[in-house]
Design a protein around this ligand. Structure first.
Ligand code: SF4
Ligand code: SF4
Length: 171
């Protein structure tokens, strides 16, 4: 399926997500790395031993959710943009999601942007809570959005909407 469509199956996605109990405790990584490729910067970047690839660099990375602090460092180091951070500890109705976002222009804090699924289809408007782009992230900015909980397993990207751009021009 992944080879044919480029989109992970529901089973693959659910296996990549930590349990909802862990997500509700605080920020935690979701690693959607589904192909055995020689790559390991995520493991090298994690100071908390939360990512394990093992001796064979072609292995898929495994997350130890209880070791993960949600620090986001691995997210900015992954060349495949395969990692996001989810946090269900702030609200019963919404989750916070940190996504790598390498397009320009970047959105701004407070913007409303279009939330997209893995197929690039529109799901819902979402609010941008912050945009981090320090030099240490090496040109992989991290955008934090707040999303209705029902989209937790669907949201995977954002797109700046025309309305958002209009607001920027007014500002
Ligand atoms: S978010 Fe931080 S603690 Fe969690 S896996 Fe990534 S680098 Fe490790
Ligand atoms: S850095 Fe990204 S692409 Fe490379 S193994 Fe880790 S999750 Fe997969």
């Amino acid at each position: 399926m992944l080879e044919k469509t480029g989109i992970a199956t529901e089973e693959m996605i659910m296996n990549a997500f930590p349990s909802i109990d862990r997500i509700n405790k605080g920020p935690v990584a979701v690693i959607e790395c589904y192909q055995n490729i020689p790559c390991n910067p995520c493991q090298t970047a994690c100071r908390f031993n939360a990512i394990n690839i093992g001796d064979d660099i072609n292995n898929l990375p495994k997350l130890e959710p209880d070791n993960c602090t949600g620090c986001s460092i691995c997210l900015s180091k992954c060349p495949g943009l395969s990692i996001m951070i989810v946090d269900g500890s702030k609200s019963q109705d919404t989750v916070l999601v940190k996504l790598p976002y390498e397009f320009l222009p970047l959105p701004g804090k407070g913007d409303t942007v279009a939330g997209l699924n893995r197929a690039g289809e529109y799901i819902a408007d979402v609010e941008v809570l912050s945009v981090l782009n320090p030099e240490s992230f090496d040109k992989t900015p991290i955008v934090t959005i707040e999303v209705d909980r029902k989209y937790l397993y669907d949201i995977r990207n954002i797109q700046i909407s025309e309305q958002s751009q209009n607001n920027k021009e007014v500002l």
